[in-house]
Write a protein that binds this ligand. Structure first.
Ligand code: HXC
Length: 517
């Protein structure tokens, strides 16, 4: 009798594991994709996965749905470990009704999300879903709303990561949008509110899935995605690597890794990396990489708003969040996209106890009607807000230009920067010499005989450069703590970080602030 019962259980497990059936699984494999369960197997440590609700069923009885029931109902949920650390997860099974979301599926997701919050573990959602299950109507919408609520409640409490596989529509993209990071597979994953067919019927616009919401669009144009992956396997690897930098929750510190890279390693090439000509670009990524442990930098949103660089690395084994202006792209200017990209990153680091290191070479905010009409004022203000409210250790290195409002924003002393260093090549002032001279010496230039105007301008520019285009005015005011040899930057940062280990700073009590959204 018991034997039969056990063998029935085994049969039911087998059935559940087949999801929508062999044929559909083969279709997934022939598209060079993995199934929901294969993705989980790759993600978690071998043998560590514990599944929940394998036998849960949907309860819809409309449109013949009472005859279309699959054990587990199109999602696999549970917990496991990644590199020995507990994670909670859910993985949509697109072989069951296109991975569409039923009330049952949402209950399964909410269960693991609540568990994750209770135990303080990251939650990882592997999305492959056509959105709300149309046959369930309001029940399905209610299910999404339940998930959204939990996404928000646990935002800043546990890291939430979304892997995007296959076409994802409707709620299947809004929930990821509320999570901290989205990783999209190039060529097979799509994110859109509604698919191309609906787009055509509503707006008449003809667009392919790739053009509407492919990984290229969201990694380069919309800023919805944070990472692109070559295939399902690569996406899972990226999730694991990302997790390695993050604490499990907001009360935890990021993992400390044994570091073989000497803390006092000198980097002689940094002494010559800034060109003599202030208008000549250089690659801030080289500065960042060479300073970090083993030159290891995990860039976030690499293809989006490339005039600013954000990402994770380690200094002496400890996770740091990096923000750096990129002189190589648009001279490193702060525009709307760069401001929003970096503000969100700064807030993530602050929520999860990750010190922020800011490398500054910025000529200012981007001028012009396009930026003004689209709200550079309120979007730029987001970055001010993010830096000002952040209480994690904040270290700043001004490598060259720190002009105007952008000086204030980029983790300056006035934004509660803890340690602010400048290289001898730094130029800290209201604006660059050329622009400044045009304004304050315009009359002197205009009053000079026409053939001498260029010379007068040049002389005034030299005067201004001599006085202001250096770090010593700021150092004299105490706004930078020291002017350092570029080659010693790694060591100086590591020592500052160690000193700040016990930093404790609090903002005034409030319900929440009002960031200019
Ligand atoms: C129920 C669905 C479904 C859905 C797909 N299926 N989406 N069933 N509800 N939302 C079913 C199909 O009927 C089909 O079943 C199977 O899944 C595979 O779908 P296909 O269309 O054959 O697959 P494919 O060609 O790969 O296209 C995938 C897709 C497309 C792009 C996702 O199915 C699609 O556009 N679906 C609708 C997307 C959508 O608009 N969702 C609602 C969003 S609104 P059979 O039995 O034939 O194999 C929403 C509200 C949330 O989510 C609120 C947010 C704020």
């Amino acid at each position: 009798m018991i034997k039969e019962k056990i063998s029935k259980l085994s049969e039911m497990r087998k059935e559940a594991k087949l999801g929508g059936g062999k044929e559909r699984i083969e279709k997934i494999h022939s598209a060079n994709r993995l199934t929901a369960r294969e993705r989980i197997d790759l993600l978690v440590d071998k043998g560590s996965f514990e599944e929940f609700d394998m036998f849960k069923l949907h309860r819809c009885v409309d449109f013949g749905m009472e005859n279309k029931k699959t054990l587990g109902d199109g999602i696999v949920t549970g917990h496991g470990t990644v590199d020995g650390r507990v994670v909670c997860l859910f993985s949509f099974d697109s072989t069951v009704l296109g991975g569409s979301l039923s009330k049952t599926i949402s209950e399964k997701i909410c269960k693991v999300m609540e568990l994750a919050a209770k135990i303080g573990a990251p939650v990882i959602g592997l999305q492959d879903s056509g959105g709300a299950r149309i046959q369930e109507g309001i029940e399905s919408l209610a299910g999404y709303a339940d998930i959204f609520l939990r996404n928000v409640m646990y935002s800043g409490v546990i890291p939430q990561i979304s892997g995007m596989f296959g076409p994802c529509a409707g709620g299947a993209v809004y929930s990821p949008a509320l999570t901290d990071f989205n990783i999209m597979v190039r060529g097979t994953s799509y994110m859109f509110i509604t698919g191309p067919k609906v787009v055509q019927s509503v707006t008449g616009e003809q667009v392919s899935t790739e053009e509407l919401g492919g990984a290229g669009i969201h990694n380069e144009r919309s800023g919805v995605a944070h990472f692109g992956a070559d295939n399902d396997q690569d996406a899972i690897e990226k999730i694991k690597r990302l997790l390695s930098f993050l604490p499990s929750n907001n009360m935890d510190d990021p993992p400390l890794i044994d570091c073989s890279d000497p803390a006092d390693r000198k980097i002689p090439q940094l002494d010559t990396i800034v060109p003599d000509n202030p208008n000549q670009p250089y690659d801030m990524k080289e500065v960042i990489r060479t300073i970090l442990d083993n030159n290891d930098f995990m860039e976030v949103q690499e293809g989006y708003a490339q005039n600013i660089i954000v990402g994770f690395g380690r200094l002496n084994g400890k996770t740091v969040g990096i923000v750096g202006n990129q002189p190589n792209v648009l001279a490193g200017v702060l525009d709307i996209n760069a401001s929003v990209k970096s503000a969100r990153f700064v807030r993530f680091c602050d929520a999860f106890n990750i010190p922020i290191i800011t490398f500054v070479d910025v000529p200012g905010f981007m001028p012009g009607t396009v930026q003004e009409y689209n709200g550079i004022i309120r979007h730029g203000a987001k970055l001010i807000y993010a830096y000002a409210e952040a209480t994690v250790p904040k270290l700043t290195v001004i490598t060259r230009k720190a002009y105007g409002g952008a000086y204030c924003v980029m983790s300056s002393k006035h934004m509660r920067g803890d340690i602010n260093y400048a290289w001898p090549t730094a130029e800290i002032s209201v604006m660059g010499p050329s622009g400044a001279v045009e304004i304050i010496f315009r009359k002197d230039i205009m009053n000079a005989p026409e053939n001498e105007r260029d010379a007068v301008k040049k002389q005034k520019e030299d005067e201004y450069t001599e006085k202001f285009a250096n770090p010593y005015r700021a150092a004299a005011a105490g706004y930078v703590d020291d002017v350092i040899d570029p080659s010693s930057t790694r060591f100086r940062l590591i020592r500052a970080l160690e000193m700040l280990e016990t930093k404790h700073e609090k903002n005034p009590p409030k319900k929440h602030g009002n960031i200019p959204l």
